[in-house]
Every structure is written in C-alpha cells, then in structure tokens.
Write a protein that binds this ligand. Structure first.
Ligand code: NAD
Ligand code: TYD
Length: 369
C-alpha cells in the first residue's frame, strides 16, 4: 500500500523539508555571518555575495552595528538579516535550522580596547560566552565549517627590536579585549580537539577601510580632521600598528574558510608597520586639515607598544598576500569618508540608533526577527 509522505511525517514537517531542500539546492552553501552589520562583517558579506552562496547576517546591532553598512545588500533572499545576540542559544539554533546554514563565520564581538578598559563585562559575555554558544550550536547542528575571526592582539605587545608575531607565538594578551579574544580562540581549539568540530581561527592585524565605526583610530582621525575637530594622540604617539586594508583581510578569510583544515590558525597582516603619529600626519595632509589639531592626551592604560606580523606562513599555506599598499588604501579610505559624510554624521548624531530601535525592535528571546 502506498503511504503518502505527508501522512508519515505530518504536513508541517514536509513543508519545512521541501522549503529547506529547495533553499539548499539553490544555495549549496549558506554562510551565517555573525556581527555582519559591523565593519569587517559587512565588508565580508559583500565579498561572500560575489560567490554563489547565500548569506545570513545575525547581528545584535549594538552601538557598533549599523544596517547602513549593508545598504542595498540585504534582500531577504540571497542575503537575510536576523537581529539578535550570539548569546541567545535558541535564536542561533533556530536561525541555523531555518536557513539550513552550512558555514559560520563569527565576526560578532565587542571590539574596542578602550571600552574594555572601562567595562570588561560585555567583552566577556559576547566574545567568550557568545562564542561558546556558537560552537555548541555548530556542533549540535552539524555545521560543516566554523571560522572564528580573531586578532593579532592575542599575542600581546612587541618591543621595537622583537621579531614580528608568527602564527604560533605564545598568547600574551594584555587588555581585557585581547584577553577575551584569546579565551575564545582557546575555546575554539577545545571544540576541535574534544568534539571534532571543523573550526578554524584567523588572526589579523589592525584593519582600516570603509564602514569602520569612527571610534577606532583611523576613522576617528579622518572624521575629526574633516570636521576640524581635535586629533587625540595617546601618549607620545610612537606606538606602532601593522595596518591592513579590510579587503585584503576579507580575501584571506574567504580562502581560510574554503581551504583551512580543522584546528588551523591563520595569521594575516598588511606588512605596513606605521607609528600613530605617522598615520595622523598623513591623514592631516590628505584631508587638508591643520596639523595644529593634533593633541597629545593621556596614554591608554597598559597601551600595547607595537604589533607586527610575519605573514610567511599564510603566504605558503593559502597563497595569500596583502595587495593594497597602505598609502593607496589610506587615500581611498579618506576619500570614502569624505564622500560618505551622511553615513558617519548619522552615527555621530545618534540618528541611526533612533532609526534602528524604531525599525528593528530587539526580538524577544528565541524569535528570528
Ligand atoms: P565592529 O565592532 O565594527 O563590529 C562588531 C559587530 O558585532 C557589530 O555589528 C555588533 O553589532 C555585533 N555584535 C556585538 N555583540 C554582538 C552579539 N552579542 N551578538 C551579535 N552581534 C554582536 O568590529 P570589527 O572591527 O568589524 O571586528 C570584527 C571581528 O574582527 C571582531 O571579532 C574583532 O575582534 C576582529 N578583528 C578586528 C580587527 C580590527 O582592526 N577592526 C582586527 C583583527 C580582528
Ligand atoms: P585602535 O584603533 O583603538 O586599535 P587597537 O588599540 O586595537 O590597536 O587604536 C590604534 C592605535 O591608535 C593605538 O595605539 C591607540 C591609538 N589611538 C590614539 O592614539 N588615539 C585615539 O583616539 C584612539 C582611538 C587610538
């Protein structure tokens, strides 16, 4: 006797199976990008959408998350937006099931060192506990690949004469931010070792480029220079960062997601060590602002002196190199901010927050919005 599948499984189950099958047939990969409305996340979403995948963005829209970063990108089909926190296990699980997520890239984080010095709790909650929730859901739901976006700051600070960080340099984080990122990296390693999760960690040096929230050094200096505001330099300004354009970073992340083996750690950098004073001086030149806007202010407590990255491992394993020279990338970035003043003025005025709360009320627990 022929028994209909509907009778065996029930209407609702069949409907969801059919829905999920048709979705996963048309999109062989569905990538969940947590924190996809932030700076790097939103740039990564654009990179991903140039390949045949569907993207689901899960973002809590904290002060740093901005839907305007994804303007013209979210269409409800190829790119879907869900508002919520990575700490909400049932929401994460529901999102993974609803959209048949195959790959997860975790860009969601509290990311600003200065904020972590004032209040570390949100850093521990999101960067550590939130990451563990994602790892648990990824394992339970059989996600094929998990990529944890981390930072070179987990290695701590270098002196002027130290060798640059290499992939397996010891972890010596020195701020609450970098300590929380190091803890998350270790939880990812534990999930690989204990549960066999296919997870990869990428660590990268300081990013710059379009859509970076103007509390970080480069966008803050550009925005203030464009509006003739003060340019606050912590301490002597001789601290050194290795700067990488966000497009180079995103290219590396895409390669790591595709070719990385479980447990791999990839270290990306821009091969562009610059002191803060050098960077601000160049921004002053590019914007035509007055150098008298530069103000030395109190140093950041525990300020890391230098970050530098040796990228030879990743050049060998992934065939990746940074290709955007810092001077060119900085000039493009200054131009981008000059041409997108409505984007940053809305953030600075608080108008964006009002819009978000009205348009995307925070979901109640467990509900994809
Ligand atoms: P960002 O602050 O611009 O964006 C973070 C995003 O995460 C925001 O959209 C925010 O709303 C979202 N978010 C925060 N808490 C959340 C939560 N609990 N649930 C869901 N979403 C949440 O940060 P970014 O500069 O784009 O950094 C992205 C990742 O890359 C972070 O993990 C950071 O540690 C890492 N990283 C950043 C840099 C850099 O220079 N910016 C360098 C190396 C690594
Ligand atoms: P930041 O963008 O906060 O990145 P990170 O501390 O994670 O490297 O800062 C980059 C450098 O710029 C760092 O040495 C601190 C310095 N800085 C200032 O001198 N003034 C500022 O107003 C800010 C935000 C940063």
């Amino acid at each position: 006797m022929a028994v209909s599948v509907t009778t065996l499984l029930g209407h609702n189950v069949v409907r969801s199976v059919v829905l999920l099958t048709s979705l996963s047939l048309s999109f062989v990969k569905t990538v969940l990008v947590t924190g996809g409305a932030g700076f790097i996340g939103s740039n990564l979403v654009r990179h991903l959408l140039r390949t045949p995948v569907r993207v689901v963005v899960l973002d809590a829209l904290t002060y740093a998350g901005n839907l305007a970063n994804l303007d013209g990108v979210i269409d409800g089909e190829r790119c879907v937006f869900v508002r919520g926190t990575i700490g909400d296990r049932s929401l994460v699980a529901k999102t993974v099931t609803t959209y048949a997520v195959t790959h997860l890239v975790n860009c969601a984080a509290e990311s600003h060192v200065d904020r972590s010095i004032h209040d570390s709790r949100p850093f521990l909650e999101t960067n550590i506990m939130g990451t563990q929730v994602l790892l648990d859901v990824a394992r339970e739901m059989g996600i094929q690949r998990f990529l944890q976006m981390s930072t070179d700051e987990v290695y701590g600070s270098l002196t002027a004469t130290d060798e640059p960080f290499s992939t397996y340099s010891p972890l010596r984080p020195s701020s609450p931010y970098s300590a929380s990122k190091a803890a998350a990296d270790m939880l990812v390693g534990a999930a690989v070792h204990t549960h066999g999760l296919h997870a990869i960690v990428t660590r990268c040096s300081n990013n710059y480029g379009p859509y970076q929230f103007p509390e970080k050094f480069i966008p803050l200096m550009i925005v203030n220079a464009l509006s003739q505001g003060p340019l606050p330099i912590y301490g002597d300004g001789r601290q050194v960062r290795d700067w990488i354009h966000v497009d180079d970073h995103c290219r590396g992340v895409m390669l790591a997601l595709e070719h990385g083996n479980a447990g791999d750690v990839f270290l990306f950098g821009g091969n562009a060590e610059r002191s803060n004073l050098d960077v601000v001086t160049r921004i002053v030149q590019l914007t035509g602002a007055s150098a008298s806007l530069i103000r030395h202010v109190d140093d950041r407590p525990g300020h890391d002196r230098r970050y530098a990255v040796n990228t030879s491992d990743v050049e060998h394993t992934l065939g990746w190199k940074p290709i955007i020279p810092f001077e060119e990338g900085l000039e493009d970035t200054v131009r981008w901010y000059a041409e997108h003043s409505t984007w940053w003025q809305a953030i600075l005025s608080g108008e964006y927050r009002t819009y978000v709360e009205q348009t995307y009320p925070a979901p109640s627990a467990g509900q994809p919005s």
